[in-house]
Structures are given as structure tokens and as C-alpha cells.
Design a protein around this ligand. Structure first.
Ligand SMILES: Nc1nc2c(c(=O)[nH]1)N[C@H]1C(S)=C(S)[C@@H](COP(=O)(O)O)O[C@H]1N2
Ligand SMILES: [Mo]
Length: 439
């Protein structure tokens, strides 16, 4: 695994001297919009301190235009059965995200797993009569399996796998992108039990011309039109045949919750959650890129080259999103807490990097002027998130933010600012920030 080239102390020295050069040296790019060109004006600082009700000890490092994390929207009450504490963004179809502090467990429990539905889940599911059909023009021996068949015929595997919606973080894009206004909570990493997709596909025979595997689920379109699929996406054959791509009937040792795909779902982790079909009842091995609902641009696609915010981008200039970018969350403490400044404060969270591993997570309590390394655990298995923890000590009472920034094993880090605007608001992996009042 490749490690960051600079040690934390060299990095901190560099940052004190010339933050922009340090950013360029370490991350290979400048964090331009949040550069320290414009420090807060004294008047702005006074009104911000007044609004926060406290001083800002590291105000000299605070980037101009930064909205304090303490002003982030408050969580609303839960409304979905079996999903207490989740913030509901939409009820038809159901979409609900998990506040960061409710994601603190190493393994996401069923009641904390976010929900992203494009249509209406099937009603009155009978797992005993559920069938999974395998076909498509590049499937050599099309077949149908019951859940009992799958259990009997293939090796059972249990893996911890992270699912993140491609639109997680969308609410931060300016100008706003349409779609669910996720903040940070369309992510989770439960344990899934099932069989390897590749075992099932190989059993049915994968043709030499196979290019893609597409899924169909039993959910129905919000219009009620039976001829329309809410969503039918998939992955290239190489991703489908990875050891970690599974067909699961179990989440954390229990039936998968209805909202998360009961009784059967695909899990192809590390890619946008939309490739992991819920209520799975058909897989097709295709000799072309799958052409199901929401496969083509602009759905789950981004511009091939950066575009100006608000641009209109032709579909021919877009590509389908594959591996998700490096990202992290601070799950403890909860944003907005008060803390005795004389005591150390434990800080912990998770980090993940699509198909890759996380090589380091750094935190800052002075708006990015200095960065401290954290203790990072290895993943339970490939494509599971990694837990990290550390502690901080605040020099004096006042308003602080804890920023977390992860780097993947290819040296790519999270940006401090919202990255590459794109028409549908995907792939926002900007550093997570939480607010702490030291008293
Ligand atoms: N059949 C079906 N599969 C689906 C969806 C859906 O609406 N229908 N939503 C997709 C999207 S966009 C995401 S992000 C994940 C969300 O999985 P979760 O609801 O279990 O968190 O499921 C994917 N699989
Ligand atoms: Mo999604």
C-alpha cells in the first residue's frame, strides 16, 4: 500500500509556511476556492462570533466564505418504520439518510441503513416462491433459481460491504442539482450474506462476447405503469465477476429489510449504490453495455472533462460512473456538542475509497492550517469501509470545527471544497466537517 509521501510533521511545517504550496505538494493540486487568499474581515468575524455565541480561536485560518458547520440544517424526526433516526427526504418514493453520528458503529445495523428507492417496493413478498431468472443474449444456459436453490447449489459467503449513493452530498452543489438533496448520510456498511454472483453466472455459462450484467427488480414505477422499470442498471462483466460481487438474502444475519431489497439483492460495492439492484428477480448477461432504465447519461454519469458550474453538458460528453472516490465521515462526536476544553476529545469515524483502499485519514481543528494523522484500521475485507480514531485537545474555549480528510492508496485525497460541479450532482467527496463548542 502506498503511503503519503510527507510525514505529518513535515506537512504541518509546510502548511504553516505556505499552505497553497503545501496543498500542491501533497495533494497535487490547489484547493483554490478555499485558498487562504481572503481571510475573514474583522466585521464579518465579529458577526459570525456573535451568531455562534463564542469566539473563534483559529479565526486567522478560517477561509473567507466558509459557512460554519454549526449552521448545518438540523435533523428532522424519523418517519419510516424500522428506520428510527433517519432523515426522510422523500416519501414517494421513499428516500432517507442517516445522520453522521448515528453511523458510529463499525458495522451499520439494519435500522441505520439509508434507503434510496426509485419506485415502489413490492408488496406481500413470499420468499418461498421468489425466483431469480438468469438470462440475456450472452448467457449460455438461461436458468431460474429459488432462494433454496441458491443456498443449496453455491458456496455461502459473508462480507462487509459499503454502499453509497452516487448522489450522496448532492445538497452542497451550487448551482443546485435536481434529485434527492442528500447531505452526508447516503452511505452504510453492513454485513451481507449470500452467494457470489460469479458462481451463479458461471454455472449458467458466460458467453465469450459478454460485456455487461444488468439487473431487474420487483419494484414498480411511481406512475404505476407496469411497462416501466423504476431502475435497471448493472456493471461491466469484470466487476460482476469479482469475488466480492454477491447476491445476498441476508443483512447482518437477518432478512434484508423490505426497504433495502427483501428478499434478495445484488451487492456490487464500491460503485454507485444504484448498481446494487434490490428486490432482485432477473439478471441479464449482455453483449453490450446494459440499456436498462437509468443506465444512460445523464443518469449516474459525469462530464468526461471539468465543466463550468451550471453548464449544459451534451450526453456524448459524459461517462458512466464506476468506482466511487475516497471519502470519510466523522461519526463521533455529534456535530454541535459542547466539550470541556481541558479534556481530550476522542474523535472517530470511517473512511472508504470505492474499489481502492484508504491509506490515511488526517484531521484538522484549525480550518486546515495543520493536519494530524489518525489511527486507521484495515478493512474487514475488500470493499468494506475502514474505521479510524484519534483524540484532540483544544487550546482555549471557543468555536472549533473538526475536519477529516482521507487519502486513497493511489495518493488521491478528498478536496476541502465541493469538487467538480456536474449536472446531476454526483460524487461530492468534499471533507466532512463537524462543529464543537469548547467551554
Ligand atoms: N430495484 C431497485 N434497486 C435499487 C434501487 C431501486 O430503486 N430499485 N435503488 C438503487 C440506488 S440508486 C441505491 S443508492 C441503492 C440504495 O440501497 P439501499 O436503499 O439499500 O440503501 O439501491 C439501488 N438499487
Ligand atoms: Mo443511488
Amino acid at each position: 500500500m502506498k503511503q503519503p509521501q510527507n510525514s505529518a510533521s513535515t506537512l504541518n511545517a509546510l502548511y504553516k509556511e505556505d499552505p497553497i504550496a503545501a496543498d500542491r505538494a501533497l495533494w497535487g493540486r490547489t484547493t483554490s476556492a478555499i485558498s487562504r487568499r481572503g481571510f475573514l474581515k474583522q466585521s464579518a468575524l465579529l458577526s459570525m462570533s456573535a451568531a455562534l455565541g463564542t469566539s473563534i480561536p483559529f479565526a486567522r485560518y478560517m477561509p473567507a466564505g466558509l459557512i460554519p458547520a454549526a449552521f448545518a440544517a438540523e435533523a428532522a424526526d424519523a418517519q419510516i418504520e424500522g428506520k428510527d433516526g433517519l432523515v426522510v427526504l422523500n416519501t414517494r418514493p421513499v428516500n432517507a439518510e442517516t445522520p453522521a453520528h448515528l453511523l458510529s458503529e463499525a458495522i451499520t445495523p439494519n435500522h441505520r441503513m439509508f434507503v434510496r428507492n426509485n419506485g415502489i417496493p413490492p408488496q406481500n413478498v413470499n420468499p418461498d416462491s421468489w425466483t431469480l431468472e438468469i438470462g440475456g443474449e450472452s448467457c449460455l444456459r438461461p436458468m431460474s433459481f429459488t432462494l433454496a436453490d441458491l443456498r443449496a447449489r453455491f458456496e455461502e459467503v459473508t462480507l462487509q460491504l459499503q454502499l453509497e449513493c452516487g448522489g450522496n452530498g448532492r445538497s452542497e452543489f451550487v448551482p443546485a442539482a435536481s434529485g434527492n438533496q442528500w447531505s452526508t448520510g447516503a452511505i452504510g456498511c453492513p454485513m451481507f450474506t449470500g452467494v457470489r454472483l460469479r458462481d451463479v453466472l458461471n454455472y449458467c455459462g458466460v458467453g465469450a462476447d459478454a460485456v455487461y450484467v444488468g439487473y431487474y427488480g420487483a419494484d414498480t414505477h411511481t406512475t404505476g405503469d407496469p411497462a416501466r422499470d423504476p431502475i435497471s442498471r448493472g456493471v461491466p462483466i469484470a466487476k460482476a465477476l469479482e469475488r466480492e460481487s454477491i447476491i445476498a438474502w441476508n443483512m447482518n444475519g437477518e432478512d434484508i429489510p423490505l426497504q433495502n431489497g427483501y428478499p434478495l439483492r445484488l451487492v456490487c460495492a464500491g460503485w454507485p449504490g444504484s448498481v446494487s439492484g434490490k428486490w432482485l428477480n432477473r439478471l441479464v448477461v449482455r453483449n453490450q453495455v446494459h440499456d436498462g432504465e437509468k443506465m444512460a447519461a445523464p443518469s449516474y454519469s459525469v462530464p468526461v472533462a471539468p465543466v463550468a458550474p451550471g453548464s449544459r453538458v451534451p450526453e456524448s460528453d459524459m461517462r458512466i460512473i464506476e468506482s466511487m472516490p475516497v471519502k470519510s465521515l466523522v461519526t463521533f462526536p455529534q456535530s454541535g456538542i459542547s466539550h470541556d476544553f481541558r479534556q481530550r476529545l476522542t474523535v472517530s469515524g470511517h473512511a472508504w475509497a470505492g474499489d481502492n483502499q484508504v491509506s490515511g485519514v488526517f484531521i484538522s481543528i484549525d480550518f486546515g492550517a495543520t493536519w494530524l494523522p489518525t489511527a486507521l484500521n484495515p478493512a474487514a475485507n475488500r470493499l468494506a469501509w475502514q474505521n479510524w480514531q484519534t483524540w484532540v485537545q483544544f487550546p482555549e474555549p471557543g468555536y472549533y470545527e473538526i475536519w477529516a480528510r482521507a487519502m486513497d492508496d493511489r495518493g488521491r485525497s478528498q478536496p476541502m471544497i465541493v469538487p467538480g460541479w456536474n449536472p446531476r450532482g454526483y460524487l461530492n467527496n468534499a471533507a466532512h466537517r463537524i462543529a464543537v463548542q469548547a467551554v
